[in-house]
Design a protein around this ligand. Structure first.
Ligand SMILES: O=c1ccn([C@@H]2O[C@H](COP(=O)(O)O)[C@@H](O)[C@H]2O)c(=O)[nH]1
Length: 303
């Protein structure tokens, strides 16, 4: 059976589990000590990924793997990333790979083969994601191979638009000609339109807009009525869950909210496995309650 498209995953999984995305950013000093005990080298990372997937299944419909933490653990980390991505996709969880790739066209095409191309079409499938984060700084030509690949294989993309970090405004809130840089990126994203994907009225090319800048987010949402926004920044970065709705449009599924450390980081590293599992589940439910939203009544405007 073929894998669902990104549009189908958004339609089905948001409907079943809501718009919270479990972020997997494995960092040994911030997780319970039992993961490191008796584990040679970086083998803890595979155990951690499996623990998180065991815990979140049935509670969230999406995971976001942060590639950097896996790369930092070398080959063991890459093996854990590959196994975790495959396992999540087999379970029907939508997999976002946060790798923020972007380069000249030929190299971007190689990245697109690595992360968005099924084995049946020449990809290795080792790191095949449903959706990938990409960096537009080098210009539209460098996004084209990703967009082509996403269109051909029913994948999603999230283009960095207005990021959540404290220094985001240094460039993204500056004028480029008569437009803000982030608005120009939004124009580019909106210009890709709704990629033909019968399951969804939302475009497959989405935008990363941080939950830490609700005013910028509100402005950008006006420019992007059919775009899925990936909004990191709740939890450890201090974004306010109450203002997350400024990033919503009118279509269920148009906002996905990833939380990483806010779900998995612990103060007490001596916590037991069963208490840790309960803690993560209770945090998931608390975030879901904090961002819950009823689209009814706004649904018809863009129909
Ligand atoms: O603007 C951005 C883009 C990506 N990220 C990534 O999201 C998570 C956030 O982690 P938390 O622990 O929930 O703060 C992390 O992987 C970032 O690389 C972002 O934060 N902001």
């Amino acid at each position: 059976m073929s894998n669902p498209t990104w549009g189908e995953l958004v339609e089905n999984n948001v409907g079943r589990f809501g718009d919270l995305v479990a972020g997997i950013d494995p960092s040994l000093p911030e997780i319970p000590a039992f993961f490191g005990q008796g584990n040679e080298g970086a083998a803890w990372i595979g155990d951690f990924v499996n623990f998180i997937l065991d815990t979140i299944e049935g509670h969230v419909g999406f995971v976001k793997f942060q590639s950097a933490y896996f790369e930092a653990c070398g080959l063991v980390g890459l093996a854990a990333l590959s196994a975790g991505m495959k396992r999540a996709r087999e379970a029907g969880i939508g997999v976002i790979l946060d790798a923020k790739r972007g380069d000249i066209g030929a190299t971007a095409a190689a990245y697109a083969r690595a992360y968005l191309t099924p084995a049946s079409a020449g990809g290795s499938a080792d790191f095949e994601a449903d959706c990938l984060t990409v960096n537009p700084l080098m210009g539209p030509d460098t996004l084209a191979p990703f967009v082509d690949c996403a269109t051909r294989f029913g994948k999603g993309l999230f283009v960095l638009c207005r990021t959540s970090n404290p220094g985001a405004g240094w460039l993204q809130d500056k004028m480029a000609g008569n437009r803000l840089v982030s608005d120009r990126v939004a124009d580019l994203i909106g210009g890709y339109g709704t990629v033909p994907d019968s399951a969804s009225r939302l475009a497959s090319v989405g935008a990363v807009i941080g939950a830490t800048a609700p005013n910028e987010g509100r402005r950008l949402r006006q420019l992007l009525p059919r775009t899925i926004i990936l909004a990191p920044g709740l939890g450890a970065q201090g974004g306010d869950p109450a203002s997350i709705h400024s990033l919503r449009g009118d279509i269920p599924g148009d906002l996905l909210v990833p939380v990483s450390r806010g779900l998995s980081r612990v103060e007490d590293r001596g916590i037991s496995a069963s208490d840790y599992r309960q803690l993560i589940i209770s945090r998931i439910e608390a975030f879901k309650a904090a961002i819950a939203y009823d689209y009814a009544g706004r649904r018809t405007r863009l129909a």
